[in-house]
Design a protein around this ligand. Sequence first.
Ligand code: BGC
Length: 353
Amino acid sequence: MKKKFLSLFLAGAMLMTAGLAGCAKKQDSKKIGVAMPTKDLQRWNQDGDNMKKKLEAAGFTVDLQYAGNDIPTQQNQIESMINGGCKVLVIASIEGDSLGTVLATAKEKNIPVIAYDRLIMNTDAVAYYATFDNYKVGAIQGQYIIDTLKLDSTSGPYNMEIFTGDPGDNNARFFYNGAMDLLKPYIASGKIVVKSNQIEFETVATASWATENAQSRMDAIISGNYADGTKLDAVLCSNDSTALGVANALEAGYTGDYPIITGQDCDIANVKNMLNGKQSMSVFKDTRTLADQVVEMVKAIMDGKEAPTNDTTTYNNGVKVVPSFLCTPVFADADNYKTILVDSGYYTEAQLA
Ligand code: BGC
């Protein structure tokens, strides 16, 4: 009797353990690694939060890591995601070229990789890319300068300066080319003058997209070219963090009429600047839309299906053309911010006050 009870007890215990192990295994089999570059910029915090929330709502567990814009940290984080049993990796790289080695390990272990917002370069380990139409972001900025300065109906010349992003971020060239393909003819004809003579991508790049780096370059440009009251008409800034640096420098060292300043991301500080007349426009990239799209990709991959894409020609990472889904960027300024940012629930009016 006693023996029978003991064996029943043991059998029960074994079943329970098996159940628990099964449960843990099930959990593990749905783990997704999400690697984000930095918490320094507002947008990546939103991207990370959205991805975690939406993946969890879809039944996945999430290992979300931020790398403080430090490349070795990001490499280590991805390695630990691979060793920790993540089934899919979603990566917004700090530097597109620095992940080849760690992603070779992911490939060996059959862990598919989705490049998030920024393309990962020179590796065949990237399965998909989800981003916004980055060339179009630049084109929206360039066209805005053309329209606002009325370049086609006034004689000018107009003074313009140029700020783009980190040269290790593949997006930076797309933003730059999108704008400069439109603006270069006006520079060539002399209607736009870049007094600093800093025009080529390498000379107008901003390391780490850092506000301070843009600010110190703008400080030097002002003191060399505009300190005598020469009017600056426009500053093409590829994104909001560089636009903020330019605005800070203007505030400190420029006395003329405030120039047109472009941006991208609709960060809170920049929306405030738009409302105060210190930034002319931004490009809104709804990180909720991007996260939705990436969750769809993850679901498809986990179901063994092809992920949805809408561009199979544009994004060559040096080894392959990566099938991509491009979300649509939207022009934003002080006139439409309420509809696209507040009514859509992206920000509350209080956050922008
Ligand atoms: C993103 C931009 C962002 C920039 C700086 C780019 O890769 O597409 O939205 O402003 O990085 O973080």
